[in-house]
Design a protein around this ligand. Sequence first.
Ligand SMILES: Cc1cc2nc3c(=O)[nH]c(=O)nc-3n(C[C@H](O)[C@H](O)[C@H](O)COP(=O)(O)O)c2cc1C
Length: 316
Amino acid sequence: MAASSPATEDAARRVTGRHLDDILGERVAAPLIVAPTAYQRLANDEGEPATARGAAAAGILMCVSTLATVSLEDVAKAAPDSPRWFQLYIRRDRSVTEELVARARDSGYSALVLTVDMPVIGRRWRDERNDFTLPDGMIMANMRAPAPAVQGSGLAAYADAEFDRTLTFDDITWLRDISGLPILVKGILRGDDAEAAMDAGASAVIVSNHGARQLDTTVTTVEALPEIVEAVAGAGEVYVDGGVRRGTDIFKAIAMGARAVLVGRPVLWGLATGGAEGVTAVLEELIGEFERALALCGVPTPGDITPDLLTRSTST
Ligand SMILES: Cc1cc2nc3c(=O)[nH]c(=O)nc-3n(C[C@H](O)[C@H](O)[C@H](O)COP(=O)(O)O)c2cc1C
């Protein structure tokens, strides 16, 4: 894994006065990651490059979505010294995935996040009612095929046509072998699946239900986390996302055994209201709250957070 650059380190120090953490070998300001979210030009005309600059200024790692509205190369150029991961869906046509993986590796993305909870799109009523599709002039910039113009959700039609519904755990091994990069498997909600993903060669799992956008009434990530931490049993790292809105949420997730958290919607809110600066403001608020929680609990670093800090111990 490439060491992070002095610029990243500076950004981390500027915010926190020190760098608080390392995530898969990358120096970061806090155990907090920008979750992959699609179509960011819908939130701000500049889109993903603004998020990249905003995250870099906060010293935070960004995971870029396959369904970005700006090419992965241009997102990388927007914050060249900042750590970044690339999120993937595996395509029916494997050559499309192979090409994306090569482009991501060539552009300095240091890990791949394989999202496994979207073989098909969840029932998104508003997308269907609104015939959701990207407006003119906005494209899925990493893709060869444009989103089809259909009645109903264009995203659902695209996923139906393009995404491979037949993935197995062997595909994790395949992806690791063709990329030579660490693979994080996103969308895990069960201990046995986490164990199988690690056995197949994943470096980490991300406990996620896609921000509750896929299957209604599914388990929440905070409920699933303990079983998964136990199943992985230190064989790799466990990350979690869904509903992280406060620095204390980061603290609690780590106390429950997560290595770090990802945050989705709040970053988009920052992007929509303030562009790159809005993203930085959201992330700095979370980092500041997290640092305050560390101080108020008397723990110097994230690695010192222990499960007993979640509830008052009943032992004497
Ligand atoms: C608008 C939107 C778009 C998303 N797009 C993607 C995506 O392209 N790939 C992916 O793996 N997850 C995607 N997600 C899920 C997020 O990565 C993440 O799991 C979720 O947003 C976390 O919950 P939070 O928004 O409560 O922080 C998306 C979520 C939202 C809200």
